[in-house]
Design a binder for this molecule. Sequence first.
Ligand code: ARG
Length: 220
Amino acid sequence: MLDWLSMLWDYKWDYLSGAQITVLLSLVAVLAGFVLGIIIVLMRIGPFKPLNWFAVVYIELLRGTPLLVQLFIIHFGLAQFGIEFSKFTSGAIAVSINSSAYLAEIFRSGIQAVDKGQAEAARSLGMSKGMTMRYIILPQAFRTVIPAIGNEFVTIIKESSIVSLIGIADIMFQTDIIRSKTYTAMGPLLGAAMMYLVLTIPLSKAIGLLERKLKNDRNS
Ligand code: ARG
């Protein structure tokens, strides 16, 4: 046990540099996924049928196929047609697009949770449909989905470990290197688990606190 720990300590900088990449990639993905997700949900619930369909197909394709397959299509599949990205860019695109589909559904549930009376009241005050959406529905919907967005971030931190398979030097990639350098597996892998926990536990805790605060605000 002690030599495991001292071995992990020897590789602390490798784990930390991996953690940096994992966090950076996850941040980029959630931010880009957020923007994309809003565009997709507006297409999904908007008045234009072709856009509704496009959004449905987009969401179903991305949620119905493995992230690994999506990542490989973007990194290796597109390269065959001369569309080449750096590893990090491919990883960021794949994870962002994947996350946007999940976020779009999160947003949709938030929008549907807003009481119908809110829209009716806004419309009866003379607001256009667009204004009602922009100023009445979306702000309320957004509040209710903040915890779910946080959870998506936690999910992405874990699921992004798949990008190690195209050679992005995240936590998992560094772990593989440590494994091959030390000719051991359990120690390095438990080290990786620990690194992910260090990232996800505080985040989950923060989301829990935020959730409670949002609930209290609404009740007061
Ligand atoms: N392992 C899942 C897959 O391969 C990843 C899903 C990502 N989930 C998410 N909420 N973004 O499809």
